[in-house]
Structure formats: structure tokens, C-alpha cells
Design a protein around this ligand. Structure first.
Ligand SMILES: NC(=O)c1ccc[n+]([C@@H]2O[C@H](COP(=O)([O-])OP(=O)(O)OC[C@H]3O[C@@H](n4cnc5c(N)ncnc54)[C@H](O)[C@@H]3O)[C@@H](O)[C@H]2O)c1
Length: 435
């Protein structure tokens, strides 16, 4: 089948590459010329494990093309996927301007009955609103809601081996239904993974999934604060709780607060949508508030160690991406920490295995970019671990100890909690443990 994918970001690029991998001819289109030029030269503009190989293989096979020309990308396509950004507005709602613009452009260019698939995360009602935008098109356009559940860092695997594929189609949209079934068949060979529903339910499903996961994190972060006060250990509590199969072990890790381009905006967008419908989602609101507070926790821990005065202090920070295996720094708790430290007069030395370019575009010359964790620690008064990249798990602590001016370690993910760092001469503090 010939497919057009609009948006070459984390979702669009993975979608395009994975559909090409199953034999479709895919045109992926983006408005950013630099991105398309890079992709044409074989450079992948984001770090996502496995994506480069997939893109190269399908480019070589002639199944994957990149362009900025939507007319070219849509020519012959029976189905158009939209993966453009839906960032938060200042009132917490989702900004749908990119999506609306795309819908208008698609409507102007259709040359056949087309299925327009909304993959971006969009509030309930967007399917209907998009259908209104495209209703005057010269050929019928069926608008389908197909929210994406991939995780950055494991996106290719998630797409190729999904645990579920949510497709919102209206009754009577048999053409759209058969196209979607055909496209996703290769990803559900041993078990049918498609869950069919009305578009409104599909739209809400995506927000509820993310909010539920965010809620678990925020709850454990609250529990961590309690543990610190009463001398308990949140990691022991996590294990004790997570072994209950009704609860399960995932998303129970206390830390510096959740970030990324999805959880923060999706939680507030769900609250916003519900409020418009006259419903107060109090748990979702609390999830957001707890997270905002939690994002300040590492800064508070550092500040306390220096009796509130950070002027002239130097802090090393390991991990800038909002989680390991991605270069995405959007809403990362590391940014909250760095901003706070700089504003209070500290200097900052940062390291991340993949996110240094994004950090450089964000901070320019306001921080020092270290070549590794030891370089970051060199001459620093404290070392703070924010993102638990695998390469940070087992450092040479003797080396770190000699590099640090003050052997203070704040471990935002508790990855070093079992290493007896206090016995090795460090001042050590994690999250949700007594100190
Ligand atoms: N990143 C994730 O892990 C993830 C997971 C699931 C769902 N989502 C959702 O998917 C959507 C996209 O997220 P993302 O992280 O891929 O965003 P992104 O910012 O990485 O990518 C969006 C891309 O769309 C392009 N774009 C914007 N307007 C365009 C237009 N008119 N024509 C063509 N291209 C255009 C941008 O240049 C950009 O490259 C969002 O709604 C997000 O909430 C993201």
C-alpha cells in the first residue's frame, strides 16, 4: 500500500520506517527542510535505538522517501498518517494548530478516497473537528483515530511488537476499517491486537493510559517523601508492593519527577478536556501538582547540603535526557535542576550519552559540556545523577572521589544506593531513603 506520513519526529519517523518495513511504500513529509535533508543523507535526527538500521534498510529498498512537498507525498497515497506535535497551550489544553493546518492541506490535495489517520495525541472531539475541516474536500476523507503508544527509547520494538493497537473508526466506515486492518495485520500475526472503538473512546484511551502511568509515579514520589520522614526505604516498599500481580512492578520508581514530551502535557490536557466537559479530575490534577513539586526535589537536596547558599558552587549533573535511551530533553527534570542552580549562582557541568546536542541548543555557553562523568565531576562540589543511563550504573567511585572537590553524591534514581558509598567516604543521598 502507498502511505503518506506527516511529521518526521519521534512518532512520525518510527511510523514511517515500520510501515515501510512491512512492504508498504512510504513517503514521510516534514516542514523542517534541515530534517528532511539530513534524512535524505542517511542521518537520523533523533536518537532512537534500532531506528537508523530500519530507515537505511528501507531507504535502500526504495520503500521509504523523505520530502517537504506534501503534494508529492500524498500523490497515490490511500492513507495519510498525521504525527505532528500537539504541544500544551498556556492554559494546559492541547495546541491543535499544526494538526488543523495539516487537515486543511490534506483536504486541498486529495485525489482519491483517502483515510486520514490521527496518530498525534489529541483531545476528545478532535476526530470530529478534523472531519469538519476536511468535509469540503473533492474526494471523501475518512478520519480515523489511532493514538500511538510507543515509548521513546524502545519505540521501534513497541511499534513492531505492540501490546495493543487502538483504532477509532465510526460505524459504517468500512473502507477505513479494512485499510487499517490490512496495514496493522503484520503487527498482529500471532494474536489480534487491534481494539476497535469509536474515535472518542480512542482519543480518551491515550490520555488515560499516560495519566494512569504518571499517577503511579507521582504516588510513589509522595510515598518517597513519607519514607524519608519516617526512616523507611521506598525501594523496599516498591518491591513489596510491585510483587502483587494486581499492581505489577512497572512505573513504581521514585525519582526526580516525570518529564518528556508526553506525560506532563497529556495529564494537564486531560484535566483541561474534562473541565470543559464539567468534570473535575482530581486525581489527575494532584498527579500534576505532585510532579511539579517533585521536579524541585533534587534542587532542594543540593541547596540543603550547602545551607541554602549555592553562590560559587559547582555542580556536576549526569543525565539530561528525560529518561535513558533517548536524546529527548523536553520537560526533563534535569532542566528544572540546572535552571535553579544557575539562577542561584552555581556553575554547572553536565554529561549525557546522547542528549548533549539538544542540551547545547538549549543552554548555549551557560553550562560546561563534559566528555564523560569523570570530566563532569572534575572540581565539582556535588554530583547529581538525574537520568539512569546504563553507562552510569557502575562507575569507578575511587576516580569520582578524587575528582570531586566535595565528595557529595545526590542519586536521583537510587541506582547507587546499594554500593555502600558512605563507607567509601562519600556523603550520599538518594530519593525516599533516610539520610
Ligand atoms: N514522543 C513520544 O514518545 C510520543 C508517543 C506517543 C504519542 N506521541 C504524540 O505524537 C505526536 C508527535 O509527537 P513527537 O514526539 O513525534 O513530536 P516531534 O516534535 O518529535 O515531531 C513532530 C514533527 O512534526 C513536524 N510538523 C509540524 N507541523 C507540520 C506540518 N504542517 N507538516 C509536516 N510536518 C509538520 C515537526 O517539524 C516535527 O518534526 C504528539 O501529539 C505526541 O503527544 C508522542
Amino acid at each position: 500500500m502507498q502511505i503518506c506520513v506527516i511529521g518526521a519526529g519521534y512518532v512520525g519517523l518510527v511510523t514511517a520506517a515500520c510501515f515501510a518495513e512491512t512492504g508498504n511504500k512510504v513517503y514521510c513529509v516534514d516542514v523542517v527542510q534541515k530534517k528532511i535533508d539530513a534524512l535524505r543523507e542517511g542521518k537520523i535526527p533523533i536518537f532512537e535505538p534500532g531506528l537508523d538500521k530500519l530507515v537505511h534498510r528501507n531507504r535502500e529498498a526504495g520503500r521509504l522517501e523523505f520530502t517537504t512537498d506534501l503534494s508529492e507525498a500524498m500523490d497515490g497515497a490511500q492513507v495519510v498518517f498525521v504525527g505532528v506535535g500537539t504541544p500544551p497551550r498556556s492554559d494546559g489544553g492541547a495546541d491543535l494548530s499544526a494538526l488543523d493546518a495539516v487537515a486543511e492541506q490534506v483536504a486541498q490535495r486529495v485525489k482519491q478516497h483517502t483515510v486520514l489517520v490521527l496518530k498525534s495525541t489529541v483531545p476528545v472531539g478532535t476526530n470530529r473537528r478534523t472531519a469538519r475541516i476536511v468535509e469540503k474536500a473533492p474526494f471523501p476523507i475518512d478520519v480515523v483515530s489511532n493514538p500511538e503508544f510507543l515509548k521513546e527509547g524502545d519505540a521501534v520494538n513497541d511499534f513492531l511488537r505492540p501490546d495493543r493497537i487502538v483504532v477509532g473508526v465510526r460505524e459504517g466506515q468500512e473502507h477505513a476499517r479494512s485499510i487499517m486492518a490490512r496495514l496493522y495485520h503484520p503487527f498482529s500475526l500471532n494474536q489480534d491486537r487491534i481494539i476497535w472503538m469509536e474515535p472518542e473512546s480512542a482519543e480518551i484511551t491515550k490520555y488515560v493510559s499516560n495519566t494512569m502511568l504518571a499517577m503511579r509515579i507521582s504516588f510513589m514520589n509522595e510515598v518517597a517523601s513519607l519514607c524519608e520522614r519516617v526512616g523507611a526505604n521506598v525501594d523496599d516498599v516498591r518491591q513489596g508492593v510491585g510483587r502483587d500481580p494486581r499492581i505489577g512492578p512497572k512505573f513504581l520508581y521514585a525519582g526526580p519527577g516525570y518529564g518528556g514530551s508526553c506525560f506532563p502535557k497529556d495529564v494537564t490536557a486531560l484535566v483541561h478536556t474534562a473541565r470543559d466537559a464539567g468534570v473535575e479530575l482530581e486525581l489527575a490534577q494532584a498527579t500534576h501538582q505532585v510532579n511539579m513539586r517533585q521536579k524541585g526535589t533534587l534542587g532542594r537536596k543540593v541547596r540543603k547540603r550547602f545551607e541554602g547558599d549555592l553562590r560559587g558552587k559547582c555542580v556536576a549533573i549526569l543525565g539530561i535526557a528525560f529518561k535513558p535511551r533517548t536524546d529527548d530533553i523536553r520537560e526533563s527534570p534535569a532542566l528544572t535542576l540546572i535552571d535553579g542552580l544557575i539562577s542561584e549562582g552555581a556553575s554547572v557541568r553536565i554529561h549525557d550519552p546522547e542528549a548533549m546536542d539538544n542540551a547545547r541548543s538549549h543552554y548555549g555557553d551557560r553550562v560546561y559540556y563534559a566528555k564523560d562523568s569523570y570530566d563532569a565531576a572534575d572540581g565539582a562540589d556535588a554530583l547529581v545523577l538525574v537520568t539512569e543511563w546504563r553507562q552510569y550504573q557502575n562507575p569507578d567511585f575511587g576516580d569520582l572521589r578524587t575528582k570531586l572537590r566535595r565528595p557529595l553524591i545526590i542519586d536521583g534514581r537510587n541506582i547507587w544506593s546499594k554500593y555502600g558509598l558512605e563507607e567509601q567516604g562519600f556523603e550520599y543521598e538518594g530519593i525516599g531513603t533516610r539520610h
